[in-house]
Design a protein around this ligand. Structure first.
Ligand code: ADP
Ligand code: MG
Length: 319
């Protein structure tokens, strides 16, 4: 006999992935004008424009989870906007309009809120995006900022998580790890780089690194055709200075907000050349898309192949 399903599992037993999968069941499949529903960096819809898709994303920042109470409000605002801009970038899109909802304790200074908005606006303005509304509520304990962002992307350039092809090269922008030591509040979302990439090269699949390279590789694999797998060279992973030489930190720390994408290996030489002329940011080839049952394999410095145990950032994991 099959064991009875446990009705009252806690969210930390389910994990973030498990919970979202259950929610997906409640919401039902995407239909009508929805091109991509749950499962990518943004939802993708057919709007009024015949050549473009609308992109829609919504990420919160919560006091004590995504920032500390003592962090400068301008940086908190920057981060709240930039996380969302990063998800638009991951689809190859251009961010256009944002609404912002905030939860404030009653004794919060008006000056703090104005600084928060200066940060939100600075990040939005950098990419020609406008804040067009929102909502305000009071909270009893932790404050929060929720940004919802609408962007657009040319239909032919839209880059989802599910397009990785066996044989593709896997590339990553910037350097990874140690973001919690400061960069997580000041990072630049890779909107310009993503727009340039999708405008100049056929990018097959793309994701922004929000939960750590390993965890986000897993997401890309999960979204890919069955049998598609990734092989990553440990020696190639670009480690940020803040990660202090730790490969583990580069693999597992969250909030890098760099781009991870796959492209035909024959494009890589031209891409590197053109990229170097356009951007100072690092661009590194870290591995290949292969056909394998083992989803993510890491090739160590001495050439041995090891599976990576799943353990990126999960909002409900307790360890
Ligand atoms: P990201 O980190 O890029 O914002 P995730 O990988 O965390 O995206 O989320 C995976 C998918 O789950 C996304 O398509 C997102 O819209 C969806 N999702 C996450 N939380 C919820 C929720 N509470 N309700 C509905 N969809 C959700
Ligand atoms: Mg994302």
């Amino acid at each position: 006999m099959k064991p009875a399903p446990k009705k009252n599992l806690r969210v930390d037993n389910l994990g973030e992935f498990g919970l979202i999968r259950q929610l997906q069941g409640v919401i039902g499949p995407a239909r009508g004008s929805v091109v991509v529903g749950i499962g990518d960096d943004c939802a993708v819809m057919r709007g009024g424009h015949p050549d473009k898709y609308l992109l829609y994303t919504c990420d919160p920042v919560v006091e004590g989870v995504h920032y500390r109470r003592s962090d400068p409000p301008r940086r908190i605002g920057w981060k709240a906007m930039a996380r969302n801009l990063s998800d638009i970038a991951a689809m190859g899109g251009k961010p256009n309009w944002a609404v912002v909802s905030i939860g404030l304790r009653r004794d919060t200074r008006a000056g703090w809120v104005k600084e928060l908005y200066a940060g939100l606006r600075a990040a939005a303005r950098k990419f020609d995006c406008q804040i067009v509304g929102g909502d305000t509520t009071h909270v009893k304990h932790e404050q929060f900022v929720v940004v919802a962002l609408v962007g657009e992307v040319e239909r032919t350039r839209m880059t989802s998580r599910d397009g990785a092809r066996v044989g593709d090269s896997i590339l990553v922008t910037g350097k990874l790890g140690g973001s919690r030591r400061g960069k997580h509040l000041t990072f630049t979302p890779r909107v310009n780089e993503a727009r340039w990439l999708v405008g100049n090269f056929p990018v097959h699949a793309m994701i922004d690194l929000s939960d750590g390279l390993f965890s986000d590789l897993q997401r890309l694999v999960e979204a890919s055709r069955p049998g598609t797998a990734f092989e990553i060279h440990a020696a190639e992973i670009p480690i940020a200075r803040a990660a202090r030489g730790s490969l583990t930190a580069a693999l597992r720390d969250g909030e890098d907000f760099e781009l991870l994408f796959t492209i035909d290996p024959r494009e890589v030489t031209a891409l590197r050349k053109k990229w170097a002329r356009r951007f100072a940011l690092e661009l590194t080839e870290i591995g290949r898309v292969v056909r394998s049952r083992r989803k993510v394999t890491i090739i160590t410095v001495n050439g041995s192949r090891k599976p990576l145990a799943p353990a990126g950032y999960d909002h409900f994991a307790t360890s």
